[in-house]
Design a protein around this ligand. Structure first.
Ligand SMILES: Cc1cc2nc3c(=O)[nH]c(=O)nc-3n(C[C@H](O)[C@H](O)[C@H](O)COP(=O)(O)O)c2cc1C
Length: 151
């Protein structure tokens, strides 16, 4: 039997877009949500989702600290970001550092999010369809996690 100790969705969100995606993922898996506020939060999960808005083609500052300050050994991770125009290196930035610290990234998702001061970019996003995509992503990552746990 596969015993999953914990699934936690870690996220940072300035204007609510990334939070909406984080909540959709958490509700699909009945997982706990932890908001990243300072970046000094500790990862304590077997399957962790980490979500961030794109800021200057990278993760937001608190998420960069969160990724760099944790030991990811033994943690499997689903990454997600929201962006208005182009996410640039956001997902790769997190993946490279998590894997350099012993974690394994088993899924990645990018979702459009309305820009707070240029709302013409990605207006109304994430929408219902985006949130359904996020829930499907969550279930796909969970299946990969369970397969991996049996190997
Ligand atoms: C300071 C700042 C920098 C941003 N940089 C980018 C960027 O490089 N690329 C992009 O596509 N969107 C960029 N955005 C848009 C946000 O990533 C997007 O609106 C995101 O969904 C906001 O998420 P939140 O509501 O969770 O804070 C930027 C927004 C802000 C406020």
């Amino acid at each position: 039997m596969v015993v999953i100790r914990s699934i936690i969705v870690y996220y940072f969100s300035e204007t609510g877009n990334t939070e909406a995606v984080a909540r959709a993922i958490a509700s699909a898996l009945n997982a706990d949500l932890v908001e990243i506020l300072t970046g000094s939060e500790r990862v304590d999960a077997d399957l962790a989702f980490v979500g961030t808005p794109t800021h200057g083609f990278r993760p937001a500052g608190p998420v960069r600290s969160f990724v760099e300050n944790n030991d990811w050994a033994g943690v499997r991770v689903g990454l997600f970001c929201t962006y208005s125009l182009h996410p640039g290196r956001t997902l790769r930035w997190m993946r490279e550092r998590i894997e350099a610290r012993g974690g394994e990234v088993i899924g990645e998702l990018r979702i459009k999010g309305e820009h707070s001061f240029i709302p013409v970019l990605a207006r109304g996003r994430p929408n219902e369809r985006d949130l359904r995509r996020a829930q499907e992503f969550a279930r796909t990552v969970l299946r990969r996690f369970e397969r991996g746990a049996r190997e």
